[in-house]
Design a protein around this ligand. Structure first.
Ligand code: ADP
Ligand code: MG
Length: 364
C-alpha cells in the first residue's frame, strides 16, 4: 500500500537516446507528488516532450525506470496507464460532435450510456461549454477547441494528466485566460498534472513546482518564487525572469558571502551560491528591480555608472546604464512624481544589497 508521502510519479535514473549515441535525457531523477501541478520548463530541444512521451508510454526509456503509483510502468502499454493527455495540436475527431469527442474515451472504457452522458455533461460544464455539445470542432474557435481537448483528457477522471504546450497555438490573451482556467480545474479536481512549456511566465503562473530543463538535465527543481529568488546556477537565473550579469573573479570567501572583483575593476560583496574558491571566475546575477539608481539609504554595494538610455514605460522607467564593465545593465526605476529628471549621459550611483547579488557559475 502506498502512503500519501510516496511519490505518485517517479523517474529513476532515466535516460533516453533516439539514435543510440546522443542522450537527449540524461539520468533523470524526478519525483512528483499526488495532486501536484509540476511543469517541465526549458528551451526547445531540452528533452521535455521526450520525458512526457516516456511517461505516457509512447517512447521507451533507453535506461532507468518510471514508476506510477509505486509500480514500474516501463512495460505497461500507453492505454493501460490511465493517463489523460493534451497536446498543442489538440487533434479532436473532426467528424464527431463535441459530445461524441468527449464520449469516446468513456466508450473505449466500456462505460454505460447513462454514465457517459452524465460525465460528458460534467466535463463540458467544467470548461464552460455546456451549450456546445452538438457542434463540430470546426464550428468552434481555437480557444474553445482547446477547452474541449482539456475536457476530453479529464472526462474519464484520470489520476494523471499530461499537457505538452497545450496553449502554444493560442493568442496571448486567450493563452493567459486558459492558464487560469487550467489552474482552477486542477485545484477543483486535485488531479496530478505534468505540464510542458518553454514559456517561463506560463510556468510561474500555473505550477506548484517547476523543473527547469537544459540539455536533457534538470537544472533546478523548485517552487516559482524560489526559482526566481534563489537560482542555483547562471542558466536558471538567465532563463527565469529578467537578469543582469557582471563577470568577475572571487577574491575572498566569508561564510555565505564572497568578495568579487568585477572585470570593470570594482569590488562588490555577493551571495556565494555557485562558486567554490578564491580565484574562481563568476557570473554575478542581479534582478533589475533589486537595483537602485542613486540609492537614498545605505546599501551594501554602490558603484559608479553612466546612463546610456531611458525607456519610459508608464509605471516604471527602464534605465540602461554602463556599470562595472557592462553597458547593457538594466535598472527598473519606479515612476515617482518627486524623482529628479534623468537623462542619457548622466553620471549616477548604482546600489544593491549583497543578498540580491548572486555569485553563480561563470558563463563568460
Ligand atoms: P523539447 O520538448 O524540450 O523541445 P524534445 O524532447 O522534443 O525537446 O527533444 C529533445 C531532443 O531529442 C532534440 O534534440 C530533438 O531533436 C530530439 N528528438 C525528439 N524527438 C525525436 C525523435 N522522435 N527522433 C529523433 N530525435 C528526436
Ligand atoms: Mg516539446
Amino acid at each position: 500500500m502506498n502512503s500519501s508521502a510516496d511519490p505518485f510519479v517517479s523517474f529513476r535514473e532515466v535516460q533516453k537516446s533516439y539514435d543510440g549515441e546522443i542522450l537527449v535525457v540524461k539520468n533523470l531523477n524526478l519525483d512528483i507528488a499526488k495532486g501536484e501541478f509540476l511543469t517541465m520548463l526549458g528551451p526547445s530541444g531540452s528533452g521535455k516532450s521526450t520525458c512526457l512521451m516516456m511517461l505516457a508510454g509512447f517512447e521507451p526509456a533507453t535506461n532507468g525506470e518510471i514508476y506510477l503509483g509505486g509500480r514500474p510502468i516501463n512495460k505497461v502499454p500507453p492505454h493501460k496507464r490511465g493517463i489523460g493527455m493534451v497536446f498543442q495540436n489538440y487533434a479532436l475527431f473532426p467528424h464527431m460532435s463535441v459530445s461524441e469527442n468527449l464520449a469516446y474515451p468513456l466508450q473505449v472504457r466500456k462505460m454505460s450510456g447513462a454514465d457517459v452522458k452524465a460525465k460528458v455533461k460534467r466535463a463540458l460544464d467544467m470548461v464552460e461549454l455546456g451549450d456546445f455539445g452538438d457542434r463540430r470542432p470546426a464550428q468552434l474557435s481555437g480557444g474553445q477547441q482547446q477547452r474541449v481537448a482539456v475536457a476530453r483528457a479529464l472526462v474519464f477522471e484520470p489520476d494523471l494528466v499530461l499537457m505538452d504546450e497545450p496553449l502554444g497555438a493560442l493568442d496571448k490573451q486567450l493563452r493567459e485566460q486558459m492558464q487560469y482556467e487550467i489552474k482552477h480545474i486542477h485545484e477543483q479536481l486535485g488531479v496530478t498534472v505534468v505540464y510542458v512549456t518553454h514559456d517561463q511566465t506560463e510556468a510561474l503562473t500555473m505550477s506548484d513546482r517547476v523543473a527547469v530543463f537544459n540539455d536533457g538535465v534538470i537544472q533546478q527543481l523548485s517552487t516559482p518564487d524560489d526559482l526566481y529568488e534563489r537560482p542555483q546556477n547562471a542558466f536558471v537565473a538567465q532563463f527565469i525572469g529578467e537578469n543582469n550579469t557582471l563577470s568577475g573573479t572571487v577574491e575572498h570567501i566569508d561564510g555565505s558571502k564572497c568578495t568579487v572583483k568585477t572585470d570593470g575593476g570594482d569590488t562588490v560583496i555577493a551571495e556565494k551560491v555557485n562558486v567554490d574558491k578564491v580565484g574562481d571566475r563568476t557570473t554575478l546575477s542581479l534582478r533589475p528591480e533589486r537595483v537602485e539608481l542613486d540609492p537614498s539609504s545605505a546599501m551594501d554595494d554602490v558603484l559608479p555608472g553612466k546612463i546610456e538610455e531611458l525607456i519610459y514605460l508608464g509605471d516604471h522607467i527602464r534605465v540602461r546604464v554602463d556599470v562595472a564593465g557592462n553597458d547593457e545593465f538594466i535598472v527598473k526605476v519606479r515612476n515617482r512624481s518627486d524623482m529628479r529628471p534623468l537623462a542619457a549621459g548622466q553620471a549616477v550611483q548604482i546600489g544593491w544589497n549583497s543578498s540580491d547579488c548572486k555569485a553563480l557559475d561563470f558563463t563568460g
